[in-house]
Design a protein around this ligand. Sequence first.
Ligand code: FO1
Length: 309
Amino acid sequence: MKKIVALGGGVGAAKLVRGLAKVLPSENLTVIVNVGDDIDLYGLHISPDLDIIMYTLAGVVDETKGWGIADDTFNCLETLGKLGFETWFKIGDRDLAVHIARTKMLKEGMKLSQATQRLCRMFGIKTKVLPMSDNPVQTKIQTAEGLFLDFQEYFVKRGTMDTVASVIFEGADKAEPTNGVIEEIRQAERVIICPSNPILSIAPILAIKKIRNTLETVDAPIIGVSPIVGGKALKGPADRVMTSLGFESSAYGVAKFYGNMLKRFIIDEVDKEQKKRIEALGVKVTVANTVMRNLDDSVRLAKIVVDAE
Ligand code: FO1
């Protein structure tokens, strides 16, 4: 059975990872997760992308939103609002328990990767979930109007309304990959770049030099899945961010963004006419139905990803 490393961010990655976890033995799957979206709120350390992956693998995610815990209540947030705190980041009561537990572990001296391992164990998750780094990396957004925003301010507070002029991964130049990340990539029989936002979810992982260098020199094929279908992002602002940063908002544009790192790119059937253009970049192409509306879709796409040569 193939050993697979998947790189990803939030909801799109979680959907594919859920499928991969169904088709692979747990010891054969490692997920390396973006932490550039992490935020400190009310004294708590929140790692939204790690949480989305964990909740999805544990089967407790709010399927409608793709983040947060299903059937959560918001009593704490409501009271915080009454006490005059900002409440734009919608943390549910059960979700809050995870942030409290994580923050306590970090305060006691655990690394983020150790806290993640403990949380995964508590949720009964056997897949190895690794933050890309134990060091802080903060995604910052410079807007066309000259604002300099924290990622969640751009994403949630302002609802991605700003035109992105540039993206900075603060701390990435000094960040080390989490222990085990490089070895996992080197030992993998294939590396999957999940259908996550290339610029906001995958680029922060690639901004860690040792991870990028390893991916650029690894023998295992790197297989990407396009998060852009028919020119539009399946979720979030990837299409607009690609355009504002000068990339074509298309499967081709994403393949070009990843450059010669990619061995194969999986694009949606609606984009099949882009196959030849992408192949001209030196990337093999698989055309498939890539939209994951339910677990069956995730499993179907996971099988395609695992079997693609
Ligand atoms: N996403 C939103 O669009 N709105 C929210 O209020 C929000 C709250 C939130 C709380 C905890 C958590 O773990 C994730 C949360 N997310 C929310 C998701 C998250 O901000 C983004 O989806 C990712 O950072 C992008 O991958």
